[in-house]
Design a protein around this ligand. Structure first.
Ligand code: TMO
Length: 313
């Protein structure tokens, strides 16, 4: 396929001498893997397409914040899920230093924030307002949190700033970080049996929305700068006094040198574009069907040929 493209475009050599003729390097394309299922499956999906195109691919498990520095330095080649809420700040910081490129947005619209399964609302009918949640803090109390409510936040590396938000808004909650995404699902599953009210970190797109109907808590709306300038947001003296963006982006990013070193793979990455239902399904294959990520990716690719074959032609 690459040979044919080369032959057909030989006539336009004078205009585009390198871009068209360059072959992808045989060095492995390094794809980082993090600690939530859609990102792991999506990385395998794109990795398997690249392998089918003749590229070598290597997966490395990396910290989900430090990865932007690794991409910038070329130690890893791309990042497929840049969530605005969790990683916008690290991504922007790396962009300012240089070496990383924004390869465009998925169609998916993302949200990451405090969330409750619907049965919680029966015990706290003023929800989803954060003030109503705070008035109900006592129903979320546990032995561990005394008379304050318990909020189970994501793993520390997602930097959700739950504790800062509690302080900035004067909430009667204690923030506990989950050790893993699986701990969040276990918490919801355990509460389901007797409909215990809980509030935990969650996000969309995710498999959870199909399993447990629920809602995000409505905090003061996100305003750009809420994480940088205390004056932004309702508390003039504090950062993180806003919710996360309710319609956040999901971007792809790459090492600046990727396009020259692996031009075909880069062209594919530019076209890669997933929707909310597609991403939720990737997570479901692992978190509900319990497939291994590489198997989930193979199954997803098989069921969605029309989606990705359009990217390679
Ligand atoms: C970064 N995450 C999607 C887990 O919120």
């Amino acid at each position: 396929m690459k040979m044919m493209t080369t032959a057909l475009t030989a006539g336009v050599l004078a205009i585009t001498p390198f871009a068209v003729l360059a072959e992808d390097s045989s060095d492995p394309i390094v794809i980082p893997i993090h600690n939530w299922s859609s990102q792991i499956v999506m990385s395998n999906v794109v990795g398997q397409i690249l392998e089918e195109q003749g590229n070598a691919v290597e997966y490395v498990t990396t910290d989900s914040q430090a990865v932007y520095e690794s991409v910038r330095l070329g130690d890893v080649t791309m990042e497929l899920e840049v969530w605005e809420g969790a990683f916008g700040a690290s991504f922007r910081a790396a962009m300012e230093k240089g070496g990383i490129v924004d390869v465009g947005d998925h169609d998916a619209v993302t949200r990451e924030d405090w969330w409750y399964p619907m049965w919680t609302k029966e015990a706290c009918p003023g929800l989803p307002s954060w003030e109503a949640l705070n008035d109900c803090a006592a129903i979320f109390a546990t032995p561990e949190t005394g008379d304050k409510g318990r909020y189970l936040d994501g793993p520390v590396d997602w930097l959700k700033h739950g504790q800062e938000r509690v302080e900035a808004l004067g909430m009667d909650f204690v923030v506990v970080n989950a050790g893993s995404a699986a701990a969040l699902w276990a918490e919801i599953g355990a509460a389901e049996a007797d409909k215990t009210p809980i509030v935990v970190f969650n996000w969309t797109p995710n498999f959870a929305e199909a399993v447990w109907p629920g809602e995000f808590v409505e905090f003061p709306a996100w305003v750009d700068g809420c994480d940088k300038d205390p004056a932004v947001g309702p508390n003039p003296d504090a950062l993180y006094d806003c919710g996360n963006p309710a319609d956040g982006y999901l971007k792809k990013a790459a090492w600046e040198g990727m396009e020259a070193k692996w031009p075909s793979a880069y062209a594919l990455l530019e076209k890669v574009n997933f929707t909310n239902p597609q991403i939720a399904e990737m997570a479901r294959l692992v978190d509900v069907d319990e497939l291994e990520p590489d198997e989930a990716a193979a199954e997803w690719l098989d069921a969605n040929r029309d989606v990705w074959e359009a990217w390679i032609n």
